[in-house]
Design a binder for this molecule. Structure first.
Ligand SMILES: [Zn+2]
Ligand SMILES: [Zn+2]
Length: 83
């Protein structure tokens, strides 16, 4: 069975409907200011930030820290997983 992950926080859900029905604690607009967003890449052992290339073992650990090459400025936003 497939797992679905939120691109912002790494929350895992068994369906897209259940994932996108609840708010995200790491939403870019602020905690719980929007819903989880489906990560459209495949499930991997390692996730790479698309801005800086740093690798992490999970989306939740990747999105926990800020990116030194974020487009809004260094550490102005979280790492974002590449697809
Ligand atoms: Zn989320
Ligand atoms: Zn990064």
């Amino acid at each position: 069975m497939a797992n679905y992950y939120c691109e912002y926080c790494g929350t895992k859900a068994s369906s897209v409907a259940s994932l996108t029905s609840s708010t995200c604690q790491r939403h870019p607009n602020g905690p719980h200011k929007g819903k989880h967003k489906l990560y459209e890449g495949i499930e991997k052992n390692k996730y790479t930030c698309k801005y800086c290339g740093q690798t992490f073992s999970s989306i939740s650990s990747l999105t926990a820290s800020t990116s030194q090459r974020h487009p809004n400025g260094p550490h102005k936003g979280k790492h974002v997983p590449a697809l």
